[in-house]
Write a protein that binds this ligand. Structure first.
Ligand SMILES: C[S@@+](CC[C@H](N)C(=O)[O-])C[C@H]1O[C@@H](n2cnc3c(N)ncnc32)[C@H](O)[C@@H]1O
Length: 357
């Protein structure tokens, strides 16, 4: 049975945890959650020592024995090659922060492909570095790659989601998300499809995460994100990195990420199943996925043949894919996530699911 919870002036319908796909979470899992970040960080440091030893002949590999660099190395050790998913090793300048210096480079430990950062973000897309090859992407992606939409995004575009979409607004959404993220506080978080970084800034300034990765496919959104990050008062410089990547090919080591947040983005992804599968791959056991999107329920959910008509909406809405609550739950389950739960307000839904321990 759905319960109704009040949140400020908005009312949300909350799916109770009894509707979870797996309702039995062993108690020891909680302690594993507490210990995991500490053990994992130790493991990462150990791994970075092993990697550095294995690649010692190269003089431009960072000196992980310097305390600051070791810390950054441990934090960025989650980064992987989007082609083979093995760790990338940072070479040269380690300035991969808000003030990233151009030409920081990473090299895949397996295929040896190099990935470069400009002064703003590290490009970890599969096609990065390609000279002649270009790929056409659906309108739902292309629209966000235009500098005008990136400029307008937090200057009216995002605010309109509250007017007609039931979105409570970034501050309230952040508060709701924090509740779901409680088990992973202190860990790293990917703000997937961050756009101009409205949540990246909130996550970073909250001090609740050791590393915030602002990730988007749009170059212009990442530029706007960088501008806002620089202007934001009290924004820490050390715990945010900007990464260009495709949600369906996430450049992170498997089971290395504590949390993935994806605000208002799932309906923009060309293949939600490829994206959620990737999110599931990178989450460590006990890691949490939190996302908001629009749902299309009601008549489309009750009469299955109408879902064909609903899919035609995809064409009408420039490739946006709107799912029902049960489809979202099914999608998470199909991708190996458990404990699906959500809050709703009209077409707005915030959902959460967990990687099983
Ligand atoms: C509506 S905006 C959401 C921004 C923000 N998270 C929020 O809560 O308002 C959707 C974002 O998804 C990004 N996006 C679309 N397709 C993507 C993909 N394949 N990989 C990564 N990001 C993608 C777009 O560039 C855009 O910035």
């Amino acid at each position: 049975m759905a319960t109704v919870i009040g949140y400020a002036s908005t009312v949300f319908v909350s799916t109770p945890s009894s509707s979870s796909t797996h309702s039995t979470t062993p108690k020891f899992c909680f302690f594993k959650h507490l210990l995991k970040p500490i053990l994992r960080r130790k493991k990462l440091l150990l791994a970075s020592n092993i990697q550095a030893t294995a690649t010692a002949p190269s003089t431009d590999i960072i000196d992980i024995n310097q305390p600051d660099e070791r810390e950054l190395s441990a934090k960025t050790n989650i980064l992987a090659c989007p082609i083979c998913y093995n760790a990338v090793i940072q070479k040269g300048d380690t300035g991969l922060t808000i003030e990233t210096k151009p030409r920081s480079s990473f090299e895949c430990s397996t295929c040896k492909k190099s990935y470069y950062s400009n002064e703003i973000y590290l490009d970890l897309t599969v096609a990065s570095g390609a000279k002649d090859y270009t790929e056409s992407t659906p309108p739902s992606i292309e629209i966000f790659r235009t500098p005008l939409v990136s400029f307008l995004y937090e200057r009216g575009w995002r605010q309109s989601f509250s007017l007609w979409g039931g979105f409570p607004g970034p501050d309230k959404e952040f508060e709701l998300a924090k509740d779901y993220l409680k088990p992973v506080l202190g860990g790293n978080i990917i703000d997937a499809s961050c756009a101009s970084g409205l949540f990246t800034r909130l996550f970073s300034k909250s001090g609740l995460f050791s590393l915030v990765v602002a990730l988007d496919f749009s170059e212009s959104m990442l530029r706007q994100c960088h501008e806002f990050n620089k202007q934001e008062e009290g924004m820490p410089k050390e715990n945010v990195i900007l990464v260009r990547a495709d949600i369906a090919r996430l450049p992170f080591v498997s089971s290395s990420v504590d949390a993935v947040h994806a605000g208002a983005a799932l309906h923009c992804w060309p293949s939600p199943s490829s994206a959620v599968a990737e999110i599931s791959r990178i989450l460590r056991p006990g890691g949490v996925f939190v996302a908001t999107t629009y749902i299309v329920d009601g008549i489309y959910g009750t009469l299955p043949f109408l879902s064909t008509i609903r899919q035609n909406l995809v064409q009408l809405t420039s490739g946006h894919i709107f799912l029902s609550e049960s489809e979202l739950k099914d999608l998470c389950t199909a991708c190996g996530l458990v404990d699906f739960t959500c809050v709703r307000n009209g077409p707005f839904i915030m959902l959460s699911a967990t990687k099983p321990c």
